[in-house]
Design a protein around this ligand. Structure first.
Ligand code: URA
Length: 436
């Protein structure tokens, strides 16, 4: 089957057959489709879209391009969550141990920061000694013994997606609903999940800016997941402001530990985390209604079990055994912390969340190019929420930096990201739940 003919067919708006899609994916995986052909295929799909059946076939072919985990002898369901990415979104760090403490098994294969959004792997790597690249045997052992493991994509997990995504990233073809659907689900299905909960974000800090786009993505993912026999619910959550009051790597680990122990919980982060955990208990069948699921989640936090699971996971993957008790001594610290004073009195009326994420990149906490090293110590704390009233000079955030120039640049970026007006307004963080 000629790759050029498959591209031509999609370019002209026709529906591709199962055989054509699997030939294309084989070409992507074994390199017989050139970079130019893969890019042309991505652009054809970008403009012509795909039928749900085609997106489902693309998902399955990419899943089968590498290893597919099979979890055996686990006494509970295998379940995970995936977020489309945000700022101050450290939900995974709490969610995996909470769900494990409730009887689920969470093999969480996570990514690095992308653009202005933070990445779970970069956060976990802020913990000294923690390995995000265990071999498959160790990964399986930690999931079985601890209940969860947060690691990076293994070399042979959906390798066709790895090449395809790399080419999409540099050809302006990431923002295609069928391609995003197949990319996310192929990796999740390769991890051997039995159910999935999606956190699809909308707003000025999300890849999907409008609610409608996010809803279309959620509908596409839940529909394709269903056709692959993967129960999947999607929560639509607001990213018109950072989710936590903290953004950065070690800084978000501290925020997560304080959440788990109850020392401090940001309210919007708490709402989203608990809702996602409860949904995971529902989709996986561990609980049969939302209020029972919510009680189980709350109990796992208040009885300390979730914090204990986090501690065990960190130690099992090479980190210190006392991270929860002594995080201050283990986590890297910045050289300086400076406040960002409010330029006027009033209420926080707009936050350009993408700019807040880019301020973390400016500090060195994210990457400008894929090969950049990330500074784990830098970031932002004390980020105020929409609607909060301030007096002139009150800190709207604290910048954690390693040098004065980047601290000043980040401070200016926060000042331009925050607008202060007369009317306090805020929006609920959880907008909708779609049951696939
Ligand atoms: N995240 C992914 O894993 N794939 C996409 O295509 C977009 C976001």
């Amino acid at each position: 089957m000629l790759i050029a003919e498959i591209i031509r067919k999609k370019r002209d708006g026709a529906t591709l057959s199962t055989e054509e899609i699997s030939a294309m994916v084989n070409g992507i995986q074994d390199g017989s489709a050139s970079e130019g052909q893969v890019a042309a295929f991505a652009m054809a799909v970008f403009f012509q879209g795909m039928q749900p059946k085609e997106a489902a076939q693309l998902t399955l072919s990419m899943r089968d391009s590498g290893d597919v985990f099979k979890w055996q002898d686990l006494p509970g369901p295998v379940v995970d969550k995936h977020s489309t990415g945000g700022v101050g979104d450290n939900v995974s760090l709490m969610l995996a141990p909470i769900v494990a403490a409730c009887g689920g098994y969470v093999p969480m294969i996570s990514g690095r920061g992308l653009g202005h959004t933070g990445g779970t792997l970069d956060k976990m790597e802020a913990v000294p000694g923690y390995s995000v690249t265990p071999d498959n045997e160790k990964f399986a052992k930690v999931v079985k013994e601890v209940g969860c493991a947060v690691i990076g994509q293994t070399a042979n997990l959906a390798p066709a997606d790895k090449r395809f995504y790399g080419i999409r990233d540099v050809t302006a073809t990431v923002e295609s609903i069928p391609l995003i659907t197949a990319s996310i689900l192929s990796k999740k299905l390769s991890a051997g999940l039995e159910s999935l909960v999606m956190d699809v974000k909308f707003g000025n800090g999300a890849f999907m800016g409008s609610y409608e786009e996010a809803e279309n993505l959620a509908l596409s993912i839940t529909r394709v997941a269903r056709s692959a026999d993967l129960p999947c619910h999607a929560l639509l959550t607001d990213m018109n402001q950072p989710l936590a009051s903290a953004a950065g790597n070690a800084i978000e680990v501290v925020n997560a530990i304080e959440f788990l122990t109850g020392a401090h919980r940001d309210p919007r982060l708490e709402d989203v985390t608990l809702a996602l955990c409860a949904e995971m208990l529902l989709t996986s069948g561990l609980q049969s209604d939302r209020s029972a699921a919510m009680s189980a989640v709350t109990k796992a936090l208040t009885n300390g079990k979730a914090a204990e699971v986090f501690s065990k996971m960190v130690h099992a993957l090479g980190g210190p055994s006392d991270i929860v008790e002594n995080y201050e001594t283990h986590l890297p610290k910045p050289k300086m912390v400076i406040p960002v004073p409010a330029p006027a009195a009033g209420a926080i009326s707009v936050i350009n969340t993408r700019e807040v994420g880019l301020a973390v990149v400016e500090l060195g906490g994210g990457r400008r190019v894929a090969s950049d090293l990330v500074n784990p110590a830098v970031g932002l704390t004390g980020l105020l929420d929409l609607g909060v009233s301030v007096e002139k000079g009150d800190p709207i955030a604290l910048v954690h930096a390693d040098d004065a120039a980047s601290a000043e640049a980040a401070k200016q970026q926060i000042l331009s990201a925050y607008e202060i007006g007369d009317v306090p307004k805020s929006t609920p963080v959880l907008r909708n739940i779609i049951e696939g």
